[in-house]
Write a protein that binds this ligand. Structure first.
Ligand SMILES: *Cc1c(COP(=O)(O)O)cnc(C)c1O
Length: 485
């Protein structure tokens, strides 16, 4: 007779098996943290065939399990076949993960609490809400912010626009007549959000510093009203992805208030810098926003993914349409705190415990230490700009803003037929070489190399080596000498 307290199919491991797996995983995790310190960005230049070789040819569905050693070896290969956020990785906007955040993610997965609502995850809900309040206080948004953790800025912008729609428009309104506004420099996720919701997004021109022009915004709102369109939301960017520009939040807040529009600040990249006392003035007006998003995986050094949408208490209605509640989500608890449900503030129902990593990081390091790292990133970008100014062959394209520095290779002593094409080749050669990693942007129509520094490991020396690498590879390309790869 089969033992009734055992089942045939279980996925549990014996204690020694579990120990072996965790020991192996821990060693790999420590290796990754070390590799992110020392670089390079790539172990070898990435290519589709290289990745296939790395993973081996056995692509068939594994019907039987394999040994822990074999599996860990595959994992090692996969991790080494990726891009590392090393101290000279300046592409896009991504920070390396602070070790405390890595440990927190493991705990969140082990506990596997589903943070849908207080009822499902009471303590996790409390932690998420208090972490949201801490962040709101840290950046000067509000001391009593509400909100929700999400996958990132794209999800947060969509959710903010949906909250705006629910809070400021009539449910029966013709969506095609509703208009939201954002600058020409706004992140493309704002366009995607407007498109998903079926509303119009009007792009507002920017001033000479690539910041939304508030006077132009005001005119566009009046023009739309005069043709019976319904403006409902303004999105300001606090730290644009391309150059780090911060829109004039106070002026935009005034226009939004006058026109009775929802005011959302996209601070996915830049908002954490508002916690730096010397930079706070650039974010004046942040305290007037109805909602604000920031990505803790971009500039608070949390592992992916860790987006946050902050909401001003009392400002928004829930995102669940009236009458949409099925009985299985009906909340039976009676204390107000126990009735709280994240599903009313975002589109997801099942959610992992994303707040734990940021909560543990804030407790472990303290906010001061994290803010000091942000301030130092800003200094590194200023140092990069100084190095660029001093380099004969380089041209600074924009003054650095926050931690972004844009420049290009443009030797003074020779004519380059097509500077855009030359810099594009330079960028690709650098990226393949793997020692340093920059990305690109277009400024006033011209191709520029772009460095975004959101890395608590980047030193002045790393910055200098990066500028030297750009000069070296640029010269080699002009002299027809293929750069060493
Ligand atoms: C990165 C970024 C986003 C999108 O955030 P994801 O987390 O990548 O979805 C939105 N807005 C700005 C300004 C960004 O820099």
């Amino acid at each position: 007779m089969a033992d009734p307290s055992h089942r045939a199919a279980t996925l549990d491991l014996s204690d020694p098996e579990l120990q072996q797996l965790f020991d192996g995983v821990k060693a790999l995790a420590v290796h990754e943290l070390d590799a992110a310190q020392d670089g390079p960005v790539f172990d070898s230049p990435p290519s589709a065939s290289g990745v296939r070789d790395l993973l081996g040819d056995d692509r068939s569905l594994p019907l039987e399990g394999e040994s822990t050693e074999a599996l860990l070896e595959r994992c090692r290969a996969i991790l080494s076949g990726g891009r590392r956020t090393s101290a000279r990785f300046f592409g896009y906007i991504l920070s390396p993960s602070a070790p405390v955040g890595v440990a927190a993610d493991l705990l969140a997965s082990a506990a596997n609490q589903n943070v849908t609502s207080w009822r499902s995850a009471p303590a996790a809900t409390e932690i998420e809400l208090s972490t949201i309040r801490w962040i709101g206080e840290l950046i000067g948004f509000a001391d009593d912010a509400g909100g929700i953790f999400l996958g990132g800025g794209s999800a947060a912008n969509l959710t903010a626009l949906l909250s705006a729609l629910r809070s400021r428009t009539d449910p029966g309104a013709d969506r095609r007549q509703l208009v939201a506004y954002a600058s020409e420099e706004a992140h493309f996720s704002v366009s995607k959000a407007a498109s998903a919701l079926g509303v119009e997004l009007r792009l507002v021109p920017t001033d000479g510093r690539r910041r939304l022009d508030a006077a132009a915004l005001e005119k566009l709102i009046s023009a739309d009203r005069s043709v019976e369109r319904t403006p409902f939301c303004v999105v300001a960017t606090a730290g644009t992805t391309s150059t780090g520009a911060i829109d004039p939040l106070s002026e935009i807040a005034a226009v939004a208030a006058e026109a009775d529009l929802w005011f959302h600040v996209d601070g996915a990249y830049g908002a954490p810098a508002a916690a730096v006392p010397a930079l706070r003035k650039f974010f004046a007006g942040i305290e007037r926003a109805d909602s604000l998003c920031l990505d803790a995986h971009k500039w608070l050094y949390a592992p992916l993914d860790c987006g946050i949408l902050l909401l001003r208490p009392g400002s928004s209605r829930t995102v669940t349409p009236d009458g949409a509640g099925m009985d299985y989500i009906r909340v039976l608890e009676d204390e107000p705190a126990e009735e709280f449900a994240f599903w009313d503030h975002g589109l997801e129902l099942s959610r992992r415990f994303r707040a734990l990593k940021l909560w543990m990081m804030l407790r472990y390091y303290g906010a001061r230490r994290i803010v000091a790292a942000i301030a130092e990133d800003v200094e590194m970008a200023a140092h990069m700009a100084d190095c660029v100014r001093r380099a004969e062959d380089l041209e600074l394209v924009t003054e650095p803003s926050l931690s972004i520095c844009c420049f290009r290779h443009r030797p003074r002593d020779r004519e380059i037929a097509d500077p855009d094409a030359h810099n594009e080749r330079l960028l690709r050669a650098l990226q393949r070489e793997g020692e340093v990693y920059l990305s690109n942007t277009r400024i006033d129509g011209a191709f520029a190399l772009r460095a975004c520094i959101t890395n608590f490991r980047t030193t002045r020396r790393d910055v200098e080596r990066t500028v030297e690498a750009v000069c070296r590879v640029g010269t080699q390309l002009l002299e027809g000498d293929p750069p060493r790869i």
